[in-house]
Design a protein around this ligand. Structure first.
Ligand SMILES: [Zn+2]
Ligand SMILES: [Zn+2]
Length: 242
């Protein structure tokens, strides 16, 4: 009796799983063909003022690579080398097809899938195109770490500020921390695995602790200055947050 109820549910579950795996596999194979042909179209764009074979080449390739599972390929809105808001040589194309999963159950219909690609043909530089200066490419995004009391809010501080120097800092335990700091004799943090948080006193004794150690009643963490500002912290009046 129980099997009569559970077995169909189990079978539907297995079939659904098989269906999803097959669907993802087919979709991935089609997408690969689509982007690969798009790449070729882009690479050859400087040779062809128009490419009349792209649609048939793409369709033939997808049918050839997925002879059973894909049907009703429809490639439309194919625009080749057009201009859009200052960019020349744009190409866009829509791909519609249906996936026919041949599972022994009529419960599933053919699934329509729609993909769209917009990309640029490789037609070389435009006359009014300014190359990006080398210094701009080298520029790194600003990154500055500041120290905050995560539970208290308020100010953010620079590395050397005396307001935070007496408080332990939250750090990830590593070989470097183990070599720089001594393990606390009360909370015995040396058993902790690397990659977990420990709390290090920088200026007083150079000891590291577990967060649960009675010595650690408050601590500071380092975060990006931008994030501190976003979280409502303001610069320390003494160190200016630097
Ligand atoms: Zn400060
Ligand atoms: Zn301790």
């Amino acid at each position: 009796m129980e099997a009569a109820i559970i077995l169909p549910i189990f079978l539907i579950g297995v079939l659904t799983f098989a269906y999803l795996i097959k669907l993802v596999t087919v979709q991935e194979a089609v997408m690969h063909a689509f982007t690969d042909e798009a790449k070729r179209l882009s690479a050859e764009a400087s040779f062809y003022p128009i490419d009349p074979f792209f649609k048939s080449r793409l369709a033939n390739r997808i049918y050839g690579e997925n002879p059973i599972d894909v049907k009703n390929i429809d490639i439309d809105n194919y625009q080749y080398l057009y201009n859009i808001s200052g960019a020349a040589g744009m190409i866009s194309v829509d791909l519609n097809y249906q996936v026919d999963i041949r599972l022994p159950i009529t419960f599933y219909n053919d699934l329509p899938i729609y993909e769209k690609l917009v990309f640029r043909g490789f037609i070389g530089a435009e006359e009014d195109w300014e190359p990006m200066p080398f210094e701009d490419m080298e520029k790194e995004t600003d990154s500055q770490l500041v120290w905050i009391f995560p539970r208290a809010g308020g100010r953010y501080h620079g590395e050397d500020c005396t307001y935070i120097s007496a408080d332990p800092r939250e750090m990830l335990l590593s070989g470097k921390v183990r070599s720089q700091y001594k393990p606390c004799s009360i909370c015995k943090p040396s058993e902790i695995k690397n990659g977990n948080f420990v709390y290090c006193f920088i200026k007083s004794g150079e000891v590291y602790h577990r967060g649960s150690c009675p010595v650690v009643d408050r601590y500071v963490i380092s975060i990006e200055k931008e994030e501190a500002i976003e979280r409502g912290y303001t610069p320390c009046l003494k160190c200016g947050g630097n």
